[in-house]
Design a protein around this ligand. Structure first.
Ligand SMILES: [Zn+2]
Length: 315
């Protein structure tokens, strides 16, 4: 199905500052430096782009340096995502989901943009971008100051009512969940806490705590609430897709940074750029589904690479 995304589920925990994905040798990601070969490849990317504004497509690999786990990175733990159909159709699964999301939201809430997000915002200010298309729901591009961003898969800081369509801030829903579940956060902490997982999920293992969790309903109509993410089995809203396509169509090139392009929702922009006959560059640790369409593929840290491009263009 077109438009599905990696959804919400279970994975391992990567603590901020710990050895992150891609650092198989145990060194921290932030400590990695570009090699001469990598900077030469990035110079070649700029040469290929020929000074034309490019569209930037980012994925989870960009936010790992901010302590947000990747669901598909080289070191990611496989997990089974919750589908839209499961979420809406199974009350006990929804209860589990919200209990974990209540913890995961707080963790993601504390994440801060890293060098890669700031470099993307700088590239935008330099006039180098037609826009940013991100598969991340963490809003860190916006936090870093980027203005023209399509949050392809939604945003963690918003909740929607599936019945009346009202949108709420996640902060507001957190207050309601806190009132419905007094002592929940303290009980989790007392039980040893919970590890973080992608998409504002958390590794909460206590079945008793999950079973006691009370889910919030829409304050206006009593309808079912859902985080404003695009779940597996759900399509990206059409106007959002069109906005992203227009960023690609008005671009002289496409740069993919930190995405394995596993799902069609991201891969289709690479296909579109290739069809438009513009160069495609991919910076990612590990293979991507778009590699065969790429003019140039670079295995390197995303934050370092974007910073290098911004600095090079500023010269
Ligand atoms: Zn409602």
């Amino acid at each position: 199905m077109d438009g599905v995304r990696p959804g919400i589920g279970e994975t391992g925990f990567v603590r901020p500052g710990a050895a992150g994905p891609g650092a198989a040798d145990g060194s921290t990601v932030s400590a990695t430096r570009l090699t001469d070969g990598q900077t030469a490849s990035l110079d070649r990317v700029l040469e290929l782009f020929g000074g034309h504004p490019f569209a930037l497509l980012t994925g989870a690999g960009l936010s790992t340096d901010s302590g947000i786990p990747d669901y598909r990175g080289p070191n990611a733990t496989p997990r089974k995502p919750v589908t839209y159909q499961e979420f809406t159709g199974d009350p006990s699964l929804r209860q589990r989901y919200w209990a974990r999301n209540h913890l995961g939201w707080a963790q993601m809430h504390r994440a801060a943009p890293n060098a890669g997000h700031f470099a993307a915002a700088a590239l935008e200010r330099q006039g180098a971008l037609t826009g940013v298309i991100t598969q991340n729901v963490d809003r860190l591009h916006e936090d870093a100051g980027a203005a023209n961003v399509v949050d392809l898969h939604g945003r963690f800081d918003r909740v929607v009512c599936l019945q009346c369509g009202e949108e709420y801030s996640r902060d507001f829903i957190a207050t309601i969940l806190g009132e419905l579940n007094p002592g929940f956060l303290a009980a989790v902490a007392a039980a040893g806490g919970a590890g973080s997982a992608p998409d504002a999920d958390a590794d909460l293992e206590s079945e008793a705590l999950i079973a006691a969790f009370r889910v919030a309903s829409c304050p206006l109509c009593g309808g079912m609430l859902k985080p404003d993410f695009v779940f597996f089995g759900e399509n990206v809203p059409k106007d959002r897709v069109e906005r992203a396509f227009s960023m690609v169509d008005s671009a002289g090139a496409l740069l993919v940074a930190g995405s394995s392009l596993t799902v069609m929702s991201g891969l289709r922009f690479v296909r579109k750029a290739a069809k438009n006959g513009v160069p495609v560059a991919i910076v990612n640790r590990g293979a991507t589904r778009g590699d065969e369409l790429a003019t140039i593929k670079l295995e390197a840290g995303v934050g370092e690479s974007l910073s290098y491009l911004s600095t090079a263009l500023g010269r």
